[in-house]
Design a protein around this ligand. Structure first.
Ligand SMILES: [Zn+2]
Length: 126
């Protein structure tokens, strides 16, 4: 029987829901993650979605368009570097963002989007 790799690698953000995701093991070339001790090993995206459900609260990573009245605040998974620009499906490239901000950002890099909208660097609101 294969020994599971220690649950060491975490998401770079220390705030929930990111902090609830832990590296589990590698299956072939694919790293797997767990969102809770009892959870099944999953892909980074699925583990982050699971962690967000466990956390119960949702805060948009950008907080631009969701401030506008009537905005679609449905939680989505955003890629810092868009998939269209070969951004990875890895945990480091994933953030929770509302539907409105995510569709406004489209395939721009998060850094560029942040500068354009004068979003300050990460604060403790996550
Ligand atoms: Zn938002």
């Amino acid at each position: 029987m294969e020994n599971p790799v220690k649950l060491t690698r975490r998401h770079p953000l220390r705030y929930p829901p990111y902090s609830l995701v832990r590296f589990f093991k590698v299956s072939g070339d694919t790293p797997l993650y767990k969102a809770s001790p009892a959870g099944k090993p999953r892909s980074a995206r699925n583990a982050l979605e699971e962690a967000a459900k466990l956390h119960g609260k949702f805060t948009c990573y950008y907080g631009v368009k969701c401030r506008e009245p009537g905005a679609n605040r449905m939680p989505t998974i955003d890629h810092l570097v868009a998939q269209a620009k070969s951004g990875s499906e890895g945990l480091c490239n994933l953030r929770m963002a509302c539907h409105a901000c995510n569709s406004d950002k489209r395939d721009q890099d998060a850094r560029r989007y942040r500068l354009r909208n004068r979003i300050p660097r990460r604060t403790k609101r996550y």
